[in-house]
Structure formats: structure tokens, C-alpha cells
Design a protein around this ligand. Structure first.
Ligand SMILES: *Cc1c(COP(=O)(O)O)cnc(C)c1O
Length: 354
């Protein structure tokens, strides 16, 4: 605690990302990055932008990238916002759509831990809605009076997906409040709710290029919703920093939407590796939650997750362990290449034998 900090800075409880260790090389299955590189076309576009005019500010309206995303998803450019990673859009959303007074914002008790952090930053009251014992989202409870709703679909870190159509009821019962679906993992098996935005002006769908498009290092995400919601986000953005997306990111992100074949191939490979890994873990006695994401959420009936985490780390395999109520006996394992998953499974085999 420093006397120089504002009361706000002193009160914050920041998000803690998965480790990015530099002490040795790990098989890194702890931050849900894509094991495959981005499309070669993305790298080419970034090189082109680097040879362009970095002396000049980037386009603050991101119009070319927005048009690309709008075309790709069959919406109009007025329905698209792009941000410096979807985390930034989530942060802007708390400021743009949720209020410090009135009903609390609702999100699941087990979910992306950044929501709580943003609520703290903007002083937004929230109430967590408990998932059931199978980690299913209680959609009923999300319709109770609220100041807004936010959740990932598929959820993180559980990996569970809720059929998109099932959100209609939540959207109808919250007509006057914004419902945010964070679709960071939707490309690994779910169906996006983007198709519902024209019917529900209170629905904001947020996606990222970090996971399915292998661009976590570029920091680009986007949101799709009613033009009023997009304008709300732009009001916050332009009160903060008009140039959140740099020239390299604008070029690389646009190119990512031009290589559909590459996107489909890498996504398909991740899904195939996920299914193979899940089957092997089940054979070995693990409880494996059904996953529609690029990670598995698993628990062993006899071995403590915290011990498995430590033993895997000693063997050079990093996974994610959350020391939190209800999930402190689970590990979240990102899907790597088949070779990486074999290293993980071999290490796990050694540990379980002892
Ligand atoms: C990874 C992740 C994000 C953040 O993605 P960025 O675009 O890299 O900021 C957002 N929401 C969830 C649930 C995630 O897992």
C-alpha cells in the first residue's frame, strides 16, 4: 500500500492472468492460447503495415476492419465495435451499460474472474448466480430483476456451452437491461448469438481474435449489437483513448478474416485434439466436463488438483489451477497440439502411478 495511490487504486483487486514463466520452457497449457500460429496472410499484412506509415496515428474509427467484420458476420458496420482485446470491450461495457446504483449486475458464481474486477473498477454492484452441481447455468435466475447480465458462452473455466436459443427468455425478460454474451470460445463448437442481435436491441455479443484466430499477442476483439450499444461503447472509448487499435493490429486482424480455410482447419484440429484428450482422461478416471471450448475442465476422484498442478509443473507442463471455492479440485487444461497433449498425458501417467 502506497500513500501515493488514490483511494480507488488502493481498493482494487486486479485480475491475475495465468503464469507466463521465463525460467524454462514449458508445455504451456494454462492460458488457452491457440497452439497453431496465425494465418500466413496475417503475418504478411502486418509486415505490410510495418513498412507503411507508423509515423501516423491509426484510423480511430477502425473503419476498414469494422467493415470486414460486419461483412463476415452479415451485420452493418454500425453494429460493430472493435477493441484492444475483448477484455477492453468488457471493461468499456461495464462503464457504458451498468450503473453504480440500482439493481445488481448478474453473472455466474463460477465464471471469467475479470467481471468482478471491472465491477470493482467502476463501482458496479453485482450478484453471482450459482451454477448447479454439473456447472450448468441457471437461466431462470438470470431473468430476475437485475442491472444487466454478463456471462461467457461457452463458460470459462467450465467449458460448458448453453444452446444459444435458450437465451431468448433471458433477453426477453431483460428488455430494458443489457445482456452481454462473451463468446471468446464460440468457434470451438458453439453457435454464435450474433444471429439474434437484430431481434434483441439489448444483446451485445463479444468475440476475440485471441483464441480461435491465434492472435492473443495482437490484442483485438470485437462486439456486435444494436447501433445504440455500439455508440455507448464509442462514447466510453473516445473518453479514454481514441487510438486503441494500432496500425499493425488493424491490418493483421482484417487479414485474419480473409483466410477462412486456415481458420477452419486449425479450429478443426483443436477440436479433434480436445475430443481425443477428453476420451483418454475419462478412461483414466477423470471427471471431464463437456467442452465446447479449446480447453478441458477436469477433476480426479482421488488426486488433489493442486497436487497434480504442482507435479505437472515440475515435469514442465503448465496447466491452470484456481484456488477458489467449488472448483479447487479442478484443473483447466488448454488444448495444445497432439504432441503437446501427449507430453501432458505422459507426465500425468507418471504422476498417477505413484
Ligand atoms: C480469453 C478471454 C477473454 C479475453 O480475450 P482478449 O481478447 O485476449 O482480451 C475474454 N473473455 C473470456 C471468457 C476469455 O476466456
Amino acid at each position: 500500500m502506497s500513500p501515493y495511490w488514490s483511494d480507488l487504486a488502493a481498493s482494487l483487486v486486479p485480475y491475475v492472468p495465468g503464469e507466463q514463466p521465463k525460467d524454462r520452457t514449458y508445455v504451456k497449457l494454462n492460458t488457452n492460447e491457440n497452439p497453431y500460429p496465425p494465418s500466413p496472410r496475417v503475418l504478411e499484412a502486418i509486415r505490410g503495415a510495418a513498412n507503411g506509415d507508423l509515423r501516423l496515428y491509426p484510423d480511430p474509427t477502425c473503419s476498414a476492419l469494422i467493415r470486414k467484420i460486419a461483412d463476415y458476420h452479415g451485420v452493418s458496420p454500425e453494429q460493430v465495435f472493435v477493441g484492444n482485446g475483448s477484455d477492453e470491450i468488457l471493461a468499456f461495457s461495464f462503464a457504458a451499460f451498468f450503473n453504480p446504483t440500482g439493481e445488481p449486475v448478474l453473472f455466474p458464481d463460477i465464471t471469467y474472474s475479470f467481471y468482478k474486477v471491472y465491477a470493482g473498477l467502476y463501482n458496479i454492484p453485482y450478484r453471482t448466480v450459482p451454477l448447479d452441481d454439473e456447472f450448468r447455468v441457471p437461466l431462470e435466475a438470470l431473468g430476475e430483476p437485475n442491472g444487466g447480465v454478463i456471462l461467457p458462452n461457452p463458460n470459462a473455466p467450465t467449458a460448458r456451452y448453453v444452446e444459444t436459443e435458450l437465451f431468448r427468455d433471458v433477453l426477453t425478460r431483460n428488455r430494458r437491461k443489457v445482456v452481454i454474451l462473451d463468446e471468446a470460445y464460440i468457434d470451438f463448437g458453439g453457435r454464435s448469438a450474433i444471429g439474434l442481435v437484430n431481434e434483441y436491441p439489448n444483446l451485445l455479443v463479444i468475440q476475440t481474435l485471441s483464441k480461435s484466430r491465434s492472435l492473443a499477442g495482437l490484442r483485438v476483439g470485437f462486439a456486435i449489437g444494436h447501433p445504440d450499444l455500439i455508440e455507448g461503447l464509442n462514447r466510453v472509448k473516445n473518453s479514454f483513448n481514441s487510438y486503441t487499435i494500432d496500425r499493425l493490429a488493424l491490418a493483421g486482424a482484417a487479414a485474419a478474416f480473409e483466410d477462412q480455410a486456415y481458420f477452419e482447419e486449425t479450429t478443426r484440429k483443436v477440436v479433434a485434439t480436445r475430443e481425443r484428450t477428453a476420451a483418454i482422461l475419462k478412461e483414466r478416471g477423470f471427471r471431464v466436463i463437456d467442452s465446447a471450448a479449446n480447453f478441458l475442465f477436469v477433476s480426479h476422484p482421488e488426486r488433489q488438483a493442486s497436487d497434480l498442478f504442482g507435479e505437472l509443473k515440475q515435469r514442465g507442463v503448465l496447466v491452470r489451477y484456481f484456488n477458489q471455492p467449488r472448483i479447487d479440485n479442478y484443473l483447466r487444461v488448454s488444448i495444445g497440439t497432439d504432441e503437446e497433449m501427449d507430453v501432458f498425458l505422459r507426465a500425468l501417467g507418471e504422476i498417477l502411478k505413484r
